[in-house]
Design a protein around this ligand. Structure first.
Ligand code: XLS
Ligand code: NI
Ligand code: NI
Length: 442
């Protein structure tokens, strides 16, 4: 059966979104995201490397635990899985192009229906990735990262790489192989591991030590395969503390960095940090970014936000300028994202049922982050915030403080110094002053 591609326009009446500036009244225009504007030596497009998430934007149907989907997609009607996948690709590339996003990201099962037979599924993934390759070439859109969905299929109910049954681990490996092949074929900048069910529901039935070792073994196996087959991109781990499992092994930045170090995987990996996952872990997004950056691991971001009144991964579109300004300042200080970009892992609400809502959501998200980049640049150019922070630690820059940092002082030395210097003066942390300073640039 032959598949028809590129015949339909799905978002009729919506043209390519343009930059119109802060005074524009047009809800379908950018006010801040001006892709060619130079900020701190690079265009906004190069800094932000925006990507559209295939799963939320073209697959997510608005269903929740209390009711079925409300988003009825015109590209989701053909009965043949290959034709339906091709229609979805038409819609996706039309949307991505109209948004002017340079990248996209997908899970294997977002692109095309999963099959219980690994051979048939691999053939489906090959089929759709050929179409993606053609569409990438036509549109100039590129793949930020690929990934395998190792959490939806019922066989993964007890985990994928950490499943207590080796047969399930083998199936996970099969899926990883074809997702990595597709990522290589499409020139993906990265490959993401988000361990949806790599954790436990109860410690009563879980050998945590063995499961973590299996996870590390699978990562080594994937790295070996991908490198041998020409993958030159970066591997990313996306931390999340819980949901769907009670506890996920990739809890947060610090935990993942420790895990990668423990199993000798640090050099191949970076972190893909998601705002809502930070809040679920009880951290600010800035905290997660700073921990990663301090370890040279801040590589890519999943843009969204949580709801501060509940504890789910609500994946709302980002609107919090303060949250993003702090994060972008951390990104700018380290000279940009290490190998990744900013992916909208965000979905519009169940009751946002107009086709245009998908555009409003992304326009708002891209503008929020572009504005945050401008604010971060102002903070760094102004310099006072970083100067004040450095000044707080000036006592370690010379004299006994410097000797302490260099490991030259023994505990007896500290005792001696303390007896000589008397009571230290109280030095203000100036938090309100700094909050006002940040506010001045927003
Ligand atoms: C889910 C995750 C997922 C990853 C990719 O919470 O954020 O969407 O980004 O598997
Ligand atoms: Ni994510
Ligand atoms: Ni998430």
């Amino acid at each position: 059966m032959s598949v028809i591609i590129g015949q339909k326009e799905y978002f009729k009446g919506i043209e390519k979104i343009k930059f119109e500036g802060a005074d524009s009244d047009n809800p379908l225009a950018f006010r801040y995201y001006d892709e060619n504007r130079i900020v701190a030596g690079k265009t906004m497009k190069e800094h932000l490397r925006f990507a559209i998430a295939y799963w939320h934007s073209f697959c997510g149907d608005g269903s929740d635990p209390f009711g079925p989907g409300t988003h009825h997609y015109p590209w989701d009607v053909a009965s043949d899985p290959r034709q339906r996948a091709a229609d979805k690709a038409d819609a996706a590339f039309e949307f991505i192009t109209k948004m002017g996003a340079p990248f996209y990201c997908f899970h294997d099962v977002d692109a095309i229906d999963q099959s219980t037979d690994p051979k048939e599924f691999t053939s489906r993934v090959e089929f759709i990735s050929d179409i993606f390759a053609k569409k990438q070439a036509e549109s100039g859109v590129q793949l930020l990262w690929g990934t395998a969905n190792l959490f939806s299929n019922e066989r993964y109910m007890n985990g994928a790489s950490t499943n207590p049954n080796f047969e399930v681990v083998a199936h996970a490996g099969a899926q990883l192989k074809s997702a990595i092949d597709a990522t290589i074929k499409l020139g993906g900048r990265g490959y993401v591991f988000w361990g949806g069910r790599e954790g436990y529901m109860s410690l009563l039935n879980t050998d945590m030590k063995r499961e973590r070792e299996h996870f590390a073994r699978m990562l080594h196996t994937c790295v070996e395969y991908a490198r041998r087959n020409g993958f030159t991109g970066k591997f990313f781990i996306e931390p999340k503390p819980c949901e769907p499992t009670k506890h996920q092994y990739d809890y947060d930045s610090a935990t993942v960095i420790g895990f990668l170090r423990e199993f000798d995987l640090l050099s191949e990996f970076g972190l893909n940090l998601e705002v809502n996952h930070a809040t679920l872990a009880g951290h600010t997004f800035a905290h997660e970014c700073q921990v990663a950056s301090d370890n040279g691991m801040l590589a890519s971001l999943d843009a969204n936000r949580g709801d501060y009144q509940n504890g789910w991964d609500t994946d709302q579109f980002p609107t919090d300028i303060y949250e993003w300004a702090e994060a972008m300042a951390i990104v700018l200080r380290q000279g940009g994202l290490a190998g990744g970009g900013i992916n909208f892992d965000a979905k519009r609400r169940r009751n946002s049922t107009d086709a245009a809502d998908l555009f409003y959501a992304h326009v708002g998200g891209m503008d929020t982050i572009a504005r945050a980049l401008l604010i971060a640049d102002k903070i760094l150019t102004h310099g006072e915030m970083d100067r004040l922070k450095a000044a707080r630690y000036a006592s370690f820059d010379s004299g006994k403080g410097a000797e302490f940092e260099q490991g030259k002082l023994k505990l007896e030395d500290l005792y001696q110094i303390a007896t000589e210097i008397g009571e230290p003066a109280l030095i203000s942390g100036k938090q309100e002053y700094l909050e006002n300073l940040l506010g001045r640039f927003v």
